[in-house]
Design a protein around this ligand. Structure first.
Ligand code: KBG
Length: 500
């Protein structure tokens, strides 16, 4: 079949919040952008959060069922439980194929990464701070979402009374959330999605085109550049050839390296140094002394309480309500308003042999090389997680008894899917895939985005960091100065040799 040809300034593969941050910045900078996503558009405004529908805000179970239907297994087969690691397993990992990506259903938790424990040294601290602020604005992150909820205030007070030793800025506090209460109807929460990041682009813009159910199968390299991309309209089978000055790939920490691999772009660090966060989880029923004299009012809102990562506590803690896990037992006898989830996210160190590899002989559901995970925890990683779960028990003890069947355990399999490191950013092309402008080493016009770029062990939710990184990369594409190298512009950079 012959390829219909399209020309554009920028092709963006992937329409999650990171792809959207690239699109918004580049369109506002005067570029014409074509964005493609293999998944369908599920809402009128592209990439909107599905929980913004009234019914789902009132029922976590129903929303959980909806989300499950949008998750596709990444690896072809999951091992039996006997083979699974008791702390973490990637074999049943999933990806969201939808316009908006995982932000069609995410929790919106958007903390900054800890400057020493989690953050990469690729940028100076002042630049990180400025980028984080811009990313927070773009995502609509705020700390006051739950301030008005009695359950939130009760959990916050009980945990503050327990963790008196924690100094500022690491004490128990409000969880930063990319969501806001609707000013006209404060009982409803409006969750940020990729549409929030797209802003005016989501309502249509002459320089922005979004094509849903269009799969990028291959990037075709000629010399030091991507000459064109092979894109398939999945609904017609029609192939398109897209020639772009710049190609941005931001389709998740597994599917981004998958596309590079499928295109024969296989730098030595591709898929390696993979990290994922083990999650300790339990649910408690808040005890009377925590609730206080009056019951929580109907329609009170959920708590969103945070204990940030610190050097002594390299784990991220959130106390909130979220989707129920598979196999959660129903408890009609328990007042649902008194149940809270405790999720403690652990940090693992990046090592070269922890990786996703792509099988050239097996295909995934979209016909691309199937991912396979090779991932084990070191003794130090395991010890860190054991400390984390001891701390989870301490926090639970301050709040109330465990909900029967929801005693502390590691969440297995699949969550949290904060896979990182697979296309890591760095200073050296042997141990990283992109430079600090997010550009693939040795390919002039190929830029990557997403959690895969995060090169360090991390425990907090990564989306804010990835949006911040994307903002910087997009601004560099527009010619912004590189503050880390004395003000050189992106188009003045020294060309690197093409790796063999
Ligand atoms: O609780 C959430 C959490 O906020 C998150 O970032 C992760 O991806 O998924 C968890 C379970 O839904």
């Amino acid at each position: 079949m012959t390829h219909r040809q399209i020309e554009t300034d920028v092709l963006i593969v992937g329409s999650g919040p990171v792809g959207a941050a690239f699109a918004r910045t580049l369109v506002e900078g005067g570029r014409e952008v074509l964005m493609v996503d293999a998944g369908p558009q599920l809402s009128r405004r592209p990439g909107a959060h599905l929980k913004n529908g009234f019914a789902y805000q009132r029922n976590h179970e129903r929303f959980g069922a909806l989300v499950r239907a949008h998750l596709h297994p990444l690896a072809p087969a999951a091992p039996g439980p006997a083979e699974a690691d008791a702390m973490i397993s990637l074999e049943a990992g999933v990806a969201t194929y939808a316009v908006g990506g995982m932000a069609t259903h995410w929790t919106g938790v958007t903390p900054r990464h800890h400057p020493r424990v989690e953050r990469a040294d690729t940028l100076p601290a002042e630049e990180w701070d400025a980028l984080y602020t811009d990313a927070e604005v773009l995502l609509g992150t705020r700390a006051d979402l739950s301030e008005g909820a009695a359950s939130h205030r009760a959990v916050l007070a009980a945990l503050r009374a327990e963790y008196t030793e924690l100094p500022d800025p690491y004490r128990v506090q409000h969880l930063p959330m990319a969501a806001r209460r609707d000013p006209d109807h404060p009982a409803l929460v409006h969750w940020s999605g990729a549409d929030t990041v797209l802003g005016p682009l989501a309502d249509g813009h002459p320089r922005f085109t979004l094509r849903e159910q269009h799969l990028c199968r291959r990037l075709v390299r000629e010399g030091p550049r991507i000459a064109w991309a092979e894109v398939e309209d999945l609904m017609t089978g029609q192939p398109l050839g897209v020639a772009a000055d710049t190609v941005v790939v931001a389709c998740g920490a597994v599917l981004t390296p998958q596309l590079l691999h499928a295109s024969g772009l296989r730098p030595p660090a591709l898929g390696r140094y993979l990290t994922e966060q083990p999650v300790g989880f339990c649910q408690v029923v808040l005890r009377d002394e925590v609730v206080g004299p009056a019951p929580f009012p109907d329609g009170d809102g959920d708590p969103n309480v945070w204990i940030p990562v610190s050097q002594e506590r390299p784990w991220h803690c959130q106390v909130h309500r979220d989707l129920p896990y598979d196999g959660a037992l129903p408890h009609p006898e328990v007042d649902d308003r008194l149940v809270v989830d405790l999720r403690w996210f652990g940090l693992v160190d990046p090592v070269r042999d922890n990786r996703v590899r792509f099988d050239d002989h097996a295909r995934d559901a979209f016909g691309l090389p199937a991912p396979r995970f090779e991932f084990t925890l070191s003794a130090a990683d395991r010890e860190r997680q054991r400390r984390m779960v001891r701390d989870l028990r301490r926090a639970a003890g301050a709040l109330g008894p465990y909900l029967p069947g929801s005693e502390p355990r590691f969440v297995l399999p699949t969550l949290p899917l904060h896979i990182a490191g697979t296309v890591r950013m760095g200073h050296d092309e042997r141990t990283s895939v992109v430079d600090r402008d997010s550009r693939v080493w040795g390919v002039d016009n190929l830029v990557l985005g997403g959690n895969g770029l995060i090169p360090t062990g991390n425990a907090s939710n990564p989306t804010l960091t990835s949006v911040a990184t994307a903002l910087r990369a997009a601004r560099r594409l527009l010619g912004a100065a590189d503050h880390t190298t004395g003000g050189r512009r992106a188009d003045e950079r020294t060309r690197l040799p093409v790796p063999r």
